[in-house]
Design a protein around this ligand. Sequence first.
Ligand SMILES: Nc1ncnc2c1ncn2[C@@H]1O[C@H](COP(=O)(O)OP(=O)(O)OP(=O)(O)O)[C@@H](O)[C@H]1O
Ligand SMILES: [Mg+2]
Length: 501
Amino acid sequence: MLLKISELTKTFPGTLALDGVRFDLKAGEVHALLGENGAGKSTLIKCLTGVHQRDHGRIELDGQDISPASTHEAQDLGIGTVYQEVNLLPNLTVAENLTFGRQETRFGMIRTGRMRADAEEMLRGYGLDHVNVGRELATYSVAIQQIIAIARAVALSGKILILDEPTASLDARETETLFDVIRNLRDQGLGIIFVSHFLDQVFELSDRLTVLRNGRHIVTADTAETSRLDLVHHMLGHELQEAEARGTRRAVGEEVIRVRGLGRRGKIDPFDLTVHAGEVIGLAGLLGSGRTETADVLFGRTPPDRGTATDADGEIDLGSPRAAIAAGFGYAPEDRKTDGIIADLSIRENIALALQARRGWASPISRSEQRALADGYIRTLDIRTTDAEKAVGDLSGGNQQKVVLARWLAMNPRFLILDEPTRGIDVGAHAEILKLIGELTEKGMSILLISSEFDELIAASDRVIVVRDRAHISELTGEQIETDRIIAAIATDDAAQGAAP
Ligand SMILES: Nc1ncnc2c1ncn2[C@@H]1O[C@H](COP(=O)(O)OP(=O)(O)OP(=O)(O)O)[C@@H](O)[C@H]1O
Ligand SMILES: [Mg+2]
């Protein structure tokens, strides 16, 4: 056994994050680590990589007890990690990113020629021959950056590779490329720990799986001998309430917002959109197709430079997010790290924030009012926390995502844009969020739903607009809303180019 973890316990103030957990890893296997938001997956990994120090338990690597005190030490022992957010330096070159911290210097000077050669050598076998290591990392897509991060981690450590939700921001084709890289590394004898909320990917990629629940070890099994149903059951501890597909689609309400020729040069081609009360409009397309750009223009994040949006009262000002919010628009963006949360503030404060900003700071929302608001959303969205005063930065990734969503729901907008609302969110909460979307629209809220998961779009949407190459290319309604049709719309003509950088 390459790695053997036993009786691992870790507490945070008020939280028993890991309770006597065991986990093992063989050389040459992909072992999926699964569980609901807050189950303890990231904590387990952080104890292994020296980010956190465990309270009790043993970690043995190649039969030796280890206690890495830092990520650096873990790396030296052979344990490398790639997190969901690529933790490289976007403004340095690919070569610098691959070699920083390990460059050879000569008379104090880094030898760039040598560095480039090393970098090219490190990328060999990853299918990135077209990457110019002298270019800035930021010029490449997230998918390529992700693979570069893996190459670096493997070169630095070499025994164990840990991937914590590595595919969360990749599209289907990019995910396949990443999987090829992972399989290749596995075949070379690396032990790979794979954390993901995408069950399809778990079944496609992993050899074994381990489920944690509430910080406890629930099961370890061969993936091939585990059914989906069993897996979900282990994760939830009960049966999944099937997300009710909106089979009986209600007639949507009257027209509330009319968008004509709205666009912005270089971002999104002019498009029309008519929004009805209580309607869910799905936006389908590959990563980089123009879905987020559509949302950005509608919310004034990149203000439109042509076209209009109007409602019964006349033209709507989309010149800034502030103006859009004043018009009753809301936007829960995809990237919770940069757009969403303020890690140091409590759950209560994070949820009350946008509402307070809209009301104006002159009429403060009382603390008890804020508290009631937060407690309400902790319940409906099942945010796993000890209480509303906990700093958001201390929540698990998926629970942070739910706080961002709660903040926008608290504003009760008439038109809410949700960009990948279930990304990083576990199966149970996933169903809850879809149910919530249904409830909100019953009350008349209109929703623009951006999602890479077709099942989700199909289950929730009244209409699906397909976006490609920064233009809205087709619209599907009623019976037309099905996976094959969406894929066909996305894939015709220039599909081969897809979302390349
Ligand atoms: N730095 C911290 N301080 C306090 N509590 C923490 C800290 N990190 C994690 N926790 C708590 O430990 C528990 C386990 O969190 P962890 O991040 O390991 O979950 P996870 O399984 O990775 O979930 P997700 O799927 O949402 O990423 C949660 O209750 C979380 O709030
Ligand atoms: Mg996590």
